[in-house]
Structure formats: structure tokens, C-alpha cells
Design a protein around this ligand. Structure first.
Ligand SMILES: [Cu+2]
Length: 480
């Protein structure tokens, strides 16, 4: 099948990706929306791939709402397996959080679940399966709650959802990762996989400083389901300012966003406003989002928005094209590998709407741990693996995340967002986020207000780390 035929099969994919200022009236009159989980066919490097998807009957990918709307969704499972979606970055009642066996049961094939709660906080959110390894099967989609400020600005919005793609089944990728590895040969060439990433401090490992960047070697990186062989091209006005909403929906890949020579302005991270920060490159860990305002070059030329895998030359992206501008072919391999993601940029971020200043009621040590004898990851809360973080409603809670392993972990807490307050002993009023990267040998402190009683997932957002045990919960005492 030709690429265009495939796109037609996914029914107006692009329609869900841009939202003009007129979208509000549609949202207000539409009432309950339906999202259907179903198989779909995309094309990767000239070959068709059947993967999961989450689309509305209109063909819109995911959902776009406006600040103040109700998240009123019927989720239908058209797959032949148990499934569901988590509304990443929203703060719903805990039973509507979409995490199977924690917030509720998964949805059986042919069945549906209804969701209705205020779509807040506004911002660039996303949705993905929290069931098994389905996220690696591309079961993710944008979930945009357009801020009133964004609507008023009249800026064109471009949503870019990044994914990592493999021809290997997710279960086989995980099986390979979990196979015991000879200690002296962990960088050896397993097909499709790099080493297991379990080397510990003091071991003399070949990669930079003993740090491991990627567990899995992917066949492609996708931006809105497409590679740079056939990137999505957005029509924009010459010299216009555009609001990018970039979502890292990859299962196991951190990206470096690259605007080339064009300077953009970071407006939000994980959907939450920050003091504007000028950037040409910006790190985007797994599950993080960034909104960047970019102005198209005055000379009318097209602007590629690229994302390069951490430590890799492999890249993907989209192109913003003013009318009449030629679009040059962009190589899928960059000349320079993207660096390891650090927290240099994180330390520059300042919340535009910080948490109120108040005393911390409870500080909880959370050690991120790994086991060398196999692909086993964990979280030790108060030094104990397998126990939840327990909090009381109304408390200001601090999480002290200390990474004892040699891989970085993008840590995500469900429910209320947290504010980054300290990195390796250096305090600062950082960004409000729902995912923060905790690099090797690093301690990151965050605080949040325990305002939403329930049982919430708290985990590493690297899908394979989570599947191998890096998962805990936050439990409110006396919740029901
Ligand atoms: Cu991890």
C-alpha cells in the first residue's frame, strides 16, 4: 500500500494534530467524546506495520479540549486484548486515572469505560496504555487542554508526538533484556538490543563514565507516526510564530529537541507554565512534554523541528513550511550524536506558577535501585522495596529521589504535579512537572500538595524499567 492509502486508513490523522482558535465552539457543543482503541496500519521505512491506536470516530488522534471543559469521554476497547488508557498529566478522581488494577480494572475487549471530570490542569497532556507493554505497541495519543492564554494568543499550534519503533515484539524485547548477561560482556551484540544497563558504580564499563543511555536499539524514531523519510509537513505563515506542543511518548528513549539555528521560547514543561526560557535545543525525557514558541525565519524558509535520541545520531521530526518554501530532505542520521541528557536545563527552569510557600510536613526517601544479576529495577521507599509512599490529605510532601543505578530514570507520579526544588543539594524554585529525570548518582527533590485522596501510581516511565519493578504507589491514609 502507498503511504497516502495508509494515512487514509487512519482517517484524517492530521486533523487531530492542529487546533486553531475556532476549536472552542466545537468542544463546547460536542458533549461526550468517544475514543476507540483499535489496530491500525502505519508505514515505517517503506513497510506496513500494524500497531495499536487511540482515535475518535472522526479520525482525530487523541483529544483536544479547552481550559474549563469537562473531560467527558467514553473509551471503547476495540482491541482483542485487555486494555485502557491513562490520562497522563491530568488530575482526575483516582478511580478515573486509567491504571489497571490500581485505579480500576482494565477494559475487556468489546467493552467500554466512561470518564467525566474537570479537564484540569490545562496544558499539553497525553494518553497512553498503562497495561503491560502496550505503550511500546504505540498505544499513545495527544491529550491537549488548550490554555485560555494559548487560545487568546491566536498562535497556530502544532502537536508533535514522538515514539520509538521496533519491528521486534515488545514481549521479545523485554525477554531479551531480562536474559542473564555475562558480566564481562554486557556490551556484546545481542540482536536488536544493547546491554542491559545494570552496571553499577565502580565497575569498569566501556560506555562514557560507566553510564548506560539506552537499553533498546530501535529501528526508527517516529514523529506523529512518521520518519524523516516522509515527515509530516505543517503549513504555516511566513515569519509566523507557532506554538509547538511536543510530547515524548517513547517507551524507552529520551530525546534532545533541536531547532537548528532558530531560537525558541520554552513556555511550559509537562504542560505547566515556566518563566520563558530561550533555547535552540531542549532535553525531553520519556513522558515529558514541552511547549515551545518558535518564529519562522524571516526569509520564508522552512523550519525542521527535530528530535534526536539520547546518545544517538538517529533522529525524527516534522517540518514547518511557509507557503511556497521548498522542503529539503532531512537525513535520518545526524552528523553528531545527541549528548546524554543532564539536568543543566532543568536547573534553569523556574515555575511561573510555583506551589505556595509552606513548611514540608513529610519527607519521603525514595531510592532508585537496580540489581546486577538480572534486569531487575526497583524503588525503595524508606529503604523498603514494595511499600507505598503513605501521605495524609492536606500535607505538603517532599520526595527525595536518589538514583543508585547507572541509568537515568524519568520518574512520574500520578495525581497532582510536583515542583522540582533541589538537585544534588542545590535548592531552587524549579518547574512544576509530572515527570523529572533522575540521572545516575543524582538526588532530586520534589514537593507536592497531597490534595487528591486515593491510590496513585508512582514509577519510572521507562516502560521496561517499570515492567521490571521500578513501580510504587502513593497512598492517602483513610482514602476511599
Ligand atoms: Cu528507569
Amino acid at each position: 500500500m502507498h503511504r497516502r492509502t495508509l494515512l487514509a486508513a487512519t482517517a484524517g490523522l492530521a486533523a487531530g494534530l492542529t487546533a486553531g482558535p475556532s476549536a472552542r465552539s466545537i468542544a463546547q457543543t460536542a458533549g461526550r467524546k468517544t475514543i476507540r482503541l483499535a489496530n491500525r496500519v502505519i508505514e515505517v521505512n517503506g513497510k506496513p506495520a500494524t500497531r495499536y491506536g487511540a482515535f475518535q470516530p472522526s479520525g482525530a488522534w487523541g483529544i483536544t479540549l479547552n481550559e474549563g471543559d469537562t473531560f467527558d469521554v467514553r473509551l471503547e476497547n476495540g482491541l482483542d486484548v485487555l486494555s485502557g488508557l491513562h490520562w497522563h498529566g491530568l488530575n482526575p478522581p483516582w478511580r478515573q486515572d486509567g491504571v489497571p488494577y490500581i485505579s480500576g480494572p482494565p477494559i475487556a475487549p468489546g467493552k467500554f469505560a466512561d470518564y467525566s471530570f474537570p479537564a484540569q490542569p490545562a496544558g499539553t497532556r497525553w494518553m497512553h496504555s498503562h497495561f503491560g507493554l502496550q505503550e511500546q505497541n504505540l498505544l499513545a495519543a495527544p491529550l491537549i487542554v488548550r490554555e485560555q492564554s494559548a487560545i487568546r494568543s491566536g498562535l497556530q499550534e502544532v502537536v508533535v508526538l514522538l515514539e520509538d519503533f521496533s519491528w521486534t515484539k515488545p514481549s521479545l524485547i523485554f525477554e531479551e533484556l531480562r536474559k542473564p548477561k555475562p558480566m564481562g560482556n554486557m556490551s556484546g551484540g545481542m540482536s536488536g538490543m544493547s546491554r542491559g544497563g545494570m552496571n553499577m558504580p565502580g565497575m569498569n564499563m566501556p560506555s562514557g563514565g560507566g553510564m548506560d543511555l539506552n537499553d533498546v536499539t530501535y529501528d526508527a524514531f517516529l514523529a506523529n507516526d512518521r520518519t524523516l523519510a516522509d515527515p509530516q509537513v505543517f503549513d504555516v505563515e511566513k515569519g509566523a510564530e507557532v506554538r509547538l506542543r511536543i510530547i515524548n511518548a517513547a517507551a524507552s528513549t529520551n530525546f534532545m529537541i533541536d531547532l537548528g539555528n532558530v531560537e525558541g521560547t520554552v513556555l511550559t514543561v509537562d504542560g505547566n507554565p515556566v518563566v520563558p526560557l530561550k533555547v535552540r535545543q531542549f532535553p525531553l525525557a520519556i513522558a515529558q512534554r514541552v511547549d515551545i514558541a518558535v518564529r519562522l525565519p524571516a526569509d520564508g524558509s522552512a523550519l525542521p523541528v527535530l528530535a534526536r535520541g539520547e546518545g544517538l545520531t538517529k533522529q525524527t521530526g516534522v517540518v514547518l513550511r511557509p507557503r511556497g518554501a521548498p522542503v529539503a530532505k532531512i537525513a535520518e542520521t545526524a552528523e553528531m550524536a545527541a549528548p546524554a541528557l543532564g539536568l543543566m536545563d532543568e536547573m534553569k527552569l523556574r515555575a511561573a506558577k510555583p506551589l505556595t510557600s509552606r513548611r514540608i510536613d513529610r519527607s519521603v526517601p525514595v531510592d532508585l535501585v537496580g540489581n546486577m544479576s538480572g534486569y531487575v529495577w526497583g524503588m525503595a521507599v524508606h529503604g523498603m522495596e514494595g511499600v507505598p509512599v503513605t501521605v495524609e490529605k492536606g500535607e505538603r510532601v517532599e520526595l527525595v529521589m536518589r538514583n543508585t543505578t547507572m541509568m537515568a530514570h524519568p520518574m512520574h507520579m500520578h495525581g497532582p504535579s510536583f515542583q522540582v526544588t533541589e538537585i544534588n543539594g542545590q535548592a531552587f524554585p524549579g518547574a512544576v512537572r509530572d515527570v523529572v529525570l533522575v540521572p545516575p548518582r543524582t538526588t532530586v527533590k520534589v514537593v507536592f500538595d497531597a490534595d487528591n485522596p486515593g491510590m496513585w501510581a508512582f514509577h519510572c516511565h521507562n516502560l521496561y524499567h517499570m515492567a521490571a519493578g521500578m513501580f510504587a504507589t502513593v497512598v492517602y491514609r483513610g482514602f476511599n
